[in-house]
Design a protein around this ligand. Sequence first.
Ligand code: GAL
Length: 420
Amino acid sequence: MKTALVRAAVAGGLLCMTASLLLAPGSAAAGAGPGRDPGEGSYNGLALTPPMGWNSWNKLRCGVDEEDVRGIADAIVAKGLDELGYRHITVDDCWMANSRDAHGDLTADPERFPSGMKALGDYLHARGLKFGLYGSPTQGTCQKRPGSYGHERQDARRFADWGVDYLKYDWCQTSPEESPDMWADFPGHTQKQLARVLFPRMAKALQETGRPIVYSLSACCEDLGFPEWGRSTANLWRTSTDISDTWESMLANFEAAAAFPEAAGPGGWNDPDMLEIGNGGMTDTEYRSHLSLWAMLAAPLIAGNDLRTMSEETRRILTNRRVLAVDQDERGEQAAVLTRENGRWVLSRRLADGSRAVALFNATGKEQRLATTAEAAGLPGSRHGYRVRDLWSGRASHTAGELSATVPAHGTVLLRVARR
Ligand code: GAL
């Protein structure tokens, strides 16, 4: 057995990766390891790779106004994030006025969006960006703005008239007190049964407009569980409760989505929620893990920070092309968890060119040595070994088979491994 040693420093120069030959030349590892057929098709032909963009909620909440959104759009273009794929700009809850107008139409909040939503959509489209809005299938949004219940076709038409390209559809105000008309129409239904009716109802209404609109379900958990019907209805579906800008929340949302790898595939994606990168509650090491894990999950990458004022390190994290390429890989296969032992995770994701993305993720509070092999990651045996790229440091190396690294607390070493 031959041994080769490779050392690769990651960003801070702290990490050391040792690769040693584990596979005897010619040993047959072909076909081993993870590899399942990703879910087939897209119900509307959209989102063949996970959507990328920005959403107002994580940073701006109900304070978002049209000046913010235009400023974010300008920053996206000025900083070249659009060219990397960050194109869908979504105004989350609170864009609407408190009540519908005399025709029963939704209208923009007059204080914060005085120019109206069509003007905002035009502004985004003029810059090559896509326009996203938020709504709710019940009689109210989470922030008690009007919901679309009973107005689905009217609202879908209005969205299409405004040039909306993306709808995030939530699940709030679900009690009989908050949505009395809805419950009067569906006596005795469970929330789960009701969701099964109302989310497809909006999907149909959107399709009837004839405008391509990416459809994002923000419905999950407690009463609803995992929407195994997601792919036939939408392009992405939440797999956990709301993310917050903490390590624990990010980890919990990662774990929830990691449990459903077979659900993801071109056109339909598990959504562990929007990114918190750059919002200040985690360290840069943790934010690099956040992006690494979302990329392994083939998750939508919806930035949730203030892109106008982000730090250089935040910009570097969000714009790492090598990591984004894993997320956007056209095969669309979500990573499999190879091992998970006391917070020490190894994940492998099969990529379209036959290589594997391998994440050595240390969720513990102490530095850890993590290791796997190319064979365990699903690569076929190779007499000449494997090429390895560390996607954060950019460092190239080779290995006969072993993939290992000393990973700092809460850090992730993300590798792309291919046969030589
Ligand atoms: C939550 C949703 C968040 C955000 C918020 C707005 O239900 O999960 O992402 O949209 O509502 O009120």
